[in-house]
Unconditional design. Structure first.
Length: 277
């Protein structure tokens, strides 16, 4: 039995930019996003966490998690997923020795913290600085993650990969990881930027897709407003419906140039609703 698709947003998309970045944890505004999301009918948020000040992130402190639970309850917001930009900024598979051990310990602490607030899906980006550049890096990543399967199983959690692999290479990588604990985060904008054909990619990845990021990007370029880039949005949504995708759609969309973040996200929410309804 499946559940209806739900529309959520990437934390920070209802806040002013932090240091000019399209995505970063919204330190001064994070509490404000709960009532703002509720005001436009969004009841689902994907948490973000950076390596910078990671131990101070509200998710990583007992008091912060209590505040997250209170805000979630007060404003009817659930947080089923997290994007770990920290993994891209400081990938443990590219370090060695004590530095690597410290990053792995932080990863384990993050999984525990996620479990405490009900986060099931942890998105690990294998892109940009986190891209796998050698067989050795891949083996380190696989070995560490497979060792974490008991932790994931105990909490009912799933690691979802974003990657710059070709679709075929991504499925080859996924074949070595248990399907109940490892899946794919399909990012329609990243796929468009890399030039993948959605008619080939989506059916191939479908058995492992557990989360979807809604985004538009120019071929070989950056994030742009929905409908102005290379993502074939209508086709992508139709294909996801055709393959029976049942999970969430997370608005990881371009920021509002005029600062009207609430109005812009509401417009994007309505667009996605029209595609999946």
């Amino acid at each position: 039995m499946t559940r209806p698709n739900r529309i959520g947003f990437m934390q920070g998309r209802l806040s002013p930019l932090i240091d000019g970045k399209i995505q970063a944890f919204p330190w001064p505004y994070w509490q404000d996003e709960f009532p703002l999301a509720h005001s436009i009918g969004l009841d689902l948020m994907e948490w973000t966490i950076d390596q910078d000040r990671i131990t101070q992130n509200p998710l990583m402190t007992k008091e912060g998690r209590a505040e997250i639970r209170r805000l979630s309850s007060d404003h009817d917001i659930t947080i089923p997923s997290l994007t770990g930009d920290c993994f891209m900024q400081a990938p443990f598979w590219k370090t060695r020795g004590a530095a690597q051990a410290a990053l792995i310990d932080t990863f384990k602490a993050l999984l525990e913290a996620c479990a405490d607030v009900g986060i099931k899906y942890i998105v690990v980006p294998l892109v940009d600085h986190g891209s796998l550049s050698s067989a050795q890096e891949r083996k380190i990543l696989e070995d560490v993650l497979l060792a974490m399967v008991p932790i994931l199983a105990a909490h009912g959690q799933v690691i979802a990969f974003e990657s710059d692999f070709t679709p075929a290479n991504l499925m080859e990588f996924m074949a070595g990881l248990p399907a109940d604990r490892f899946g794919v985060n399909f990012d329609m904008g990243n796929s468009a930027s890399l030039g993948w054909n959605p008619e080939e990619e989506i059916p191939l990845l479908a058995p492992r897709i557990v989360n979807v990021h809604v985004k538009d990007r120019v071929l070989g370029g950056t994030t742009v407003p929905l409908g102005t880039g290379s993502a074939q949005l209508h086709k992508v949504f139709a294909l996801l419906k055709q393959v029976g995708y049942w999970g969430d759609f997370i608005l990881q969309t371009a920021r509002a140039a005029d600062g009207e973040h609430l109005k812009t996200l509401d417009r994007y929410r309505a667009f996605v609703a029209s595609q999946i309804g």
